[in-house]
Ligand binder design. Structure first.
Ligand code: GLN
Length: 529
């Protein structure tokens, strides 16, 4: 398997890169204990710390949960489906008693008194929370370079030593076709964002699963750059209670894992009605198990022509065509379809996002939460000083833009028009589904991960909007979408594709994603440190 010396610690470390199913069976057979697994995860977290995936390491909480899990394995009683499995949580989900910062000065000392529903459900299923992950401030960004705690870096070509394994399930050797060495001059690749910390935590084996949030692509974008599976579930399938709001009508908790089956296991635990989130629906996915060998027979796959957008790299288009052909050769019917309003999605998002941001961010006044800058002049001055010091320029820019779009004299011209365009974007999807299409296959990002030096200019920082071209429409329509790693390019960086499905068809979406995963044989990264 790997060429580094095998010892007990090393064996546990390697298991960090297996699938949850494999690890749970090791735990059941007592070939491995929850405590060993937890320690290995914490150790890995330490060894990749220079990539900065985590804002907070929750080692005490993790050890406590792992020791309870170990007892449950000992007694064989009351075990949950994720018992003993290390999980990371994006730092915009409330965690009771654990600092929840949103990557912002505003909340850097905020310790919630309750946990998000998804966090509670993971803990009830036996998961071990190992840390809170880094993000662009409040989830605004596509790079995880705009956190007040500093950026997260992509693991690929970062200088962290890793092997690439030829086959995901039966490693029979190393894949030496691709470069793995650190790029020169430390000009690192971005992790993508805003859930870049979660993506890196999973890619590096610091955890098996991670929670992210996806408002316009924040789970799929970093999953694509980091070569992991990233699911944005149907809007309403997973509770937002305790997810700190960005754009309520588009936000969804998203799920990261290295294998599609792992993400399915996580979805079955976190999905379903929550009385504390009125937008949730009952779910029948509680015991979701994907078929061992999913089939494409009878499936109609749509290729939306408008997703061939300017700036998309040839290697991304080639990968897209290759996978479409592969699916066609294996029983699916593949046809070109049209989503004519796609070209308006970025501009429409750029109005709707700031409007909801402007409204949501009125709560950060220094009175109720976190940061406060005192003023001896007036209450208003205290608000202004607090907001000025507590929020970064991206957030402040969106608050200003949103308030402008919502001015009495502007509301009809911007906000209401954008809502109408959103409806057209959503209806495009409905028309495609009702023409008999089951799933859509598209790229996720226009290129592989970009270098920090290319990314970090003023225009890009506000949104990196072009990289979100293929992801934002799904949020506006509320449909589920998943990132699937496909291959590495000549630089050794992941290229991924996206599948989208009609609202509520998350299980069918994941089955097809698993089919792709099984047929493309993406080279698996295994950390050696
Ligand atoms: N990049 C988009 C933005 O900055 C999407 C962010 C997200 O999905 N949270 O708004």
């Amino acid at each position: 398997m790997s060429q580094h010396p095998i010892n007990i610690g090393g064996l546990v470390m390697n298991r960090l890169m297996g699938s949850i199913g494999d690890v749970v069976s090791q735990l059941k057979q007592r070939a491995l204990s929850s405590m060993e697994l937890c320690e290995a995860a914490l150790q890995r977290q330490d060894s990749v710390a220079r990539l900065h995936p985590f804002i907070t390491c929750t080692s005490d909480v993790a050890r406590e949960s792992a020791s309870l899990s170990q007892k449950r394995y000992g007694s064989g009683e009351n075990r949950g489906p994720l018992d003993g499995i290390p999980v990371a949580v994006k730092d915009n989900f409330c965690t009771s008693g654990i600092q929840t910062t949103c990557g912002s000065v505003m909340l850097q000392n905020y310790v919630p008194t309750y946990s998000a529903t998804v966090v509670k459900r993971l803990q009830k299923a036996g998961a071990v929370i190992v840390g809170k992950t880094n993000l662009d401030e409040f989830g605004m960004g596509s790079g995880t370079i705009d956190s007040t705690f500093g950026p997260s870096k992509n693991i690929y070509r970062s200088g962290i030593k890793y092997d690439l394994l030829l086959s995901n399930r039966e490693p029979d050797g190393l894949d030496s076709r691709f470069p793995t060495a650190a790029v020169e001059d430390e000009d690192w690749y971005v992790a993508g964002g805003s859930s870049g910390g979660s993506a890196v935590s999973v890619a590096s084996g610091s955890t098996f699963l991670a929670l992210g949030s996806d408002t316009g692509g924040s789970v799929r974008n970093p999953a694509s750059y980091c070569g992991v599976v990233g699911l944005k579930p149907s809007y309403g399938l997973v509770s937002r209670c305790g997810l700190i709001s960005l754009v309520n009508s588009m936000d969804v908790p998203g799920l990261f894992g290295r294998y599609v089956d792992d993400v399915a296991a996580m979805l079955s635990v976190v999905s379903g009605l929550d009385p504390q989130d009125a937008t949730t629906v009952p779910s029948d996915l509680q015991s979701l198990q994907l078929p061992e060998n999913p089939s494409l027979e009878g499936l109609v796959i749509g290729i939306p022509k408008e997703y061939h957008c300017p700036g998309m790299k040839k290697e991304v288009i080639d990968t897209w065509t290759k996978v479409a052909d592969l699916m066609e050769n294996c029983g699916a019917q593949v046809r070109e379809v049209s989503l004519p309003h796609t070209k308006y999605s970025i501009i429409c998002y750029s109005v709707l996002n700031p409007c909801e941001v402007a409204s949501n961010f009125t709560r950060y006044t220094g009175v109720f939460y976190g940061h406060r800058v005192e003023s001896s002049h007036s209450m208003e001055a205290m608000y202004a000083l607090t907001r000025s010091a507590g929020l970064n320029d991206v957030v402040k820019g969106r608050i200003l833009a949103g308030n402008y779009f919502l001015l009495k004299e502007n509301k009809n011209r911007y906000f209401k028009q954008a809502l109408k365009v959103r409806r057209l974007i959503s209806q495009d999807f409905d028309k495609v589904w009702s023409s008999g299409v089951d799933l859509l296959l598209t790229p996720v990002t226009l290129s592989t991960a970009v270098r920090y030096s290319e990314f970090n200019n003023v225009d890009n920082r506000t949104q990196q909007a072009t990289q979100d071209f293929c992801t934002q429409a799904a949020n506006m329509a509320g449909v589920p979408a998943v990132n699937i790693p496909i291959s590495l390019n000549t630089e050794g960086l992941p290229i991924s594709l996206q599948l989208m499905a009609p609202w509520g068809q998350d299980a069918a979406l994941l089955s097809a994603a698993k089919w792709i995963e099984q047929h493309v044989n993406f080279p698996r990264l295994q950390v050696l440190e």
